[in-house]
Design a protein around this ligand. Structure first.
Ligand code: PBG
Length: 322
């Protein structure tokens, strides 16, 4: 039976009705805000490729974290800019590394904010790859130990959750075992499980200077056309002990988010990455689009696809608008 019995417009007649009928909503509770920490004192440096996003020194980071908490955003995802980069990315797992210092300070000053740390080597290695490099190759199994050491060094100073983004095989298991051996069995792992080799990371790589010096990340990050493979990556990470799985980037991969939500019973996170953010910022600044409406529509689409939480540089803006 169809028209005129069915009239879809009946339930769209006014704002209040539409509010009742609405199937999806984004709340601040769904958001995770990425933060970048750098050495120094009283530093708040605008990242040229990412309008509205900054490098903070630890002291300034704590002030920023308070404003994030005051907006009701439950969590931040922390990235570090080391003083020096080397072949083995040693500041990533140094006890006095920049992220380790920042985590201690954040847990002291803003204890109720959940601090998640990005666990990877690429910001710390001179070659810019996420793993140990030998003869132009990224060596999987030797990287695992360094990744696990990095995660442990974050958890030991109080990180609430660790988020490996390197895409080496077996890293979730290596991290889980290392954490458990040290009595850190209650620290959850949010795995960047289906992380695609994407051009959307461009502005982030400029922001932390982690673009690979040779070749690219296609031998470890996923090939964008693949969906079945993404589901296998996620299944393996769950088997290895991932508590939360992630799809990254978000908007060009909504089908993967949707399939992940339908296939697994763990929380699914989506990373609305730097390129997705910057395209909207640039178009808004040029006057081509309405930033508030676009951001809200994009975040809603990620939620509707099935994400339980969204890592987004728009978190503070969005929280201040709603
Ligand atoms: C590190 C890492 C990257 C991002 C998050 N963690 C860059 C990359 O893999 O090249 C991208 C984040 C963004 O673009 O916002 N491995």
């Amino acid at each position: 039976m169809s028209f005129p019995i069915n009239r879809m417009r009946r339930l769209r007649a006014n704002k209040t009705l539409r509010r009742m009928i609405r199937e999806t909503s984004v709340s601040v509770d769904d958001l995770i805000y990425p933060l970048f920490v750098t050495h120094g004192l009283d530093v708040k440096l605008q990242i040229p490729t990412m309008p509205g996003v900054y490098h903070f020194s630890v002291d300034a980071l704590c002030e920023e974290a308070k404003s994030v908490r005051d907006l009701g955003i439950p969590a931040v995802l922390l990235f570090g800019l080391p003083a020096q980069k080397d072949e083995m990315g040693s500041e990533a797992y140094a006890s006095d590394g920049i992220v380790q210092k920042a985590v201690s300070a954040l847990k002291r000053d803003v204890p109720d904010l959940v601090v998640i740390t990005d666990v990877c080597l690429c910001e710390y290695t001179s070659h810019g790859h996420c793993g140990v490099v030998r003869d132009g190759e990224i060596i999987n199994d030797e990287t695992l130990d360094l990744i696990a050491r990095t995660a442990v060094s974050h958890a030991e100073v109080g990180a609430d959750m660790v988020a490996p983004s390197d895409m080496m095989d077996g890293r979730v298991m290596a991290i889980r075992e290392s954490l458990d051996e040290r009595g850190l069995e209650n620290v959850p792992i949010m795995a960047y499980s289906a992380k695609f080799a994407s051009a959307f990371y461009g502005p982030f790589r400029d922001a932390v200077g982690c673009a690979p010096k040779f070749s690219d990340r296609s031998s470890y990050q996923m090939d964008p056309p693949n969906c079945r493979e993404a589901l296998k990556e996620i299944a393996l990470d769950i088997e290895e002990g991932a508590d939360i799985v992630m799809v990254k980037p978000a908007t060009a991969y909504l089908d993967i988010i949707s399939d992940a939500r339908a296939s697994f019973d763990v929380p699914v996170a989506a990373y609305n990455v730097s390129g997705e953010y910057c395209m909207i910022k640039a178009a808004a600044e040029a006057g081509y689009i309405d930033e508030k409406r676009i951001v809200s529509e994009v975040l809603t689409s990620i939620k509707r696809a099935g994400a339980d939480m969204i890592i987004t540089y728009s978190a503070k803006d969005f929280a201040s608008w709603i």
